[in-house]
Design a protein around this ligand. Structure first.
Ligand SMILES: Cc1cc2nc3c(=O)[nH]c(=O)nc-3n(C[C@H](O)[C@H](O)[C@H](O)COP(=O)(O)OP(=O)(O)OC[C@H]3O[C@@H](n4cnc5c(N)ncnc54)[C@H](O)[C@@H]3O)c2cc1C
Length: 305
């Protein structure tokens, strides 16, 4: 849903006239991002329910206004912020068990909560999500995962509001999944069905506990970050290449290549998106020069330049 032109306040008001949820003008998006960088949204909308999402999508479409959905943990928002409407699905937090092993989660549910829900019902399949702070919506779009598994392994169907404002069930079998990428039709994910399997609680717990310990030991979880910066190149690891290039601890302003894990950039205080993105460029240039590998961003960089 790319930027077309800067919408005026009256265009935005018209587009959102029917919306029931929370509407916040010129809202800083910094607190909504796990890296704590970014700028303001012209308007941030927190829809009340699916009908409200349909209203936002339809209003944006009629007014030709850019619409961005935010979970906030794998995106970098530029310092000038985002023009148009930004939507966050923080009211979409319901999870229920539809059938024996079939669970429906709304798009705003954080992945670890879905994992905990599955654990409480002795359902296995979500263990990979332990410690991934993103939402179900972002997790579906990004095909989130770890070496334990990924979204595509459990996803049965997606509850989607299309860019035309139509609610639709999209079967996972019709979507192609690759590494942190899907061919899901454009639109807003409002929920997802995951197909899990029954297992002993202790077995599920031991896998997640072990994985969380591993994350704690290897990732800079006490500082603001946005997860892995780059995708792993085939047969290698981005972290290994960055470390081998001698870049661990490199710093621009308060943006630093983590000394704990080289594929993380941490915010040591008041980093700006500009500093973070300059660091990203320097890493790419250095790794390309030293090893001939062009690292690809895993992050989505959005907002006004
Ligand atoms: C400490 C840390 C560890 C992490 N570890 C992992 C990991 O191990 N594996 C992994 O895969 N990821 C990891 N991540 C990244 C992130 O949590 C996941 O990629 C997550 O799936 C997406 O996060 P999000 O919901 O915040 O979406 P965002 O980062 O906000 O968005 C990602 C993309 O999805 C779109 N999007 C978001 N929600 C919706 C929606 N409802 N409908 C349509 N589009 C939407 C956005 O517009 C954007 O294009 C980590 C992040 C952090 C901070």
């Amino acid at each position: 849903m790319g930027v077309r032109r800067a919408p005026t306040v009256s265009m935005l008001r018209r587009a959102l006239a029917q919306v029931q949820g929370d509407i916040r003008w010129q809202e800083s998006l910094v607190p909504l991002t796990s890296l704590h960088v970014g700028g303001p949204a012209d308007v941030l909308v927190i829809p009340a329910d699916v009908e409200d999402v349909v209203r936002v999508v339809s209003g944006a479409r009629m007014g030709r206004i850019p619409l961005t959905v935010l979970g906030g943990t794998n995106v970098i928002i530029r310092d000038k912020g985002i023009r148009g409407i930004v939507m966050q699905l923080q009211q979409f937090t319901t999870i229920h068990q539809e059938a024996n092993q079939l669970v429906y989660a709304q798009a705003g549910v954080r992945l670890p909560r879905l994992m905990q829900f599955a654990l409480s019902r002795k359902l296995s399949g979500m263990e990979w999500a332990a410690g991934i702070p993103g939402t179900v919506g972002g997790g579906v779009v990004m095909n989130a995962g770890t070496r334990l598994g990924e979204m595509q392994d459990v996803l049965q169907a997606v509850d989607l509001v299309t860019i035309r404002g139509i609610r639709k069930r999209v079967e996972a079998s019709t979507i192609s999944f690759t590494y942190r990428k899907t061919t899901l039709p454009r639109g807003i994910v409002v929920g997802a069905w995951v197909q899990l399997t029954s297992a002993a609680k202790g077995a599920i717990e031991s896998v997640t506990k072990h994985y969380l310990q591993y994350r704690k030991a290897t990732q800079p979880l006490t500082l603001p970050n946005a997860g892995s910066v780059f995708k792993n190149p085939t047969g290698d690891s981005a972290g290994r290449l960055i470390e081998a290039a001698g870049l661990k601890g490199w710093r621009i302003g308060d943006a630093e290549i983590s000394t704990k894990h080289a594929n993380f950039i941490v915010n040591k205080g008041a980093a700006t998106a500009e500093q973070v993105l300059t660091l990203v460029r320097k890493v790419r240039e250095t790794v390309a020069r030293k090893f001939g590998v062009r690292l690809q961003l895993e992050w989505k960089v959005i907002g006004e330049k």
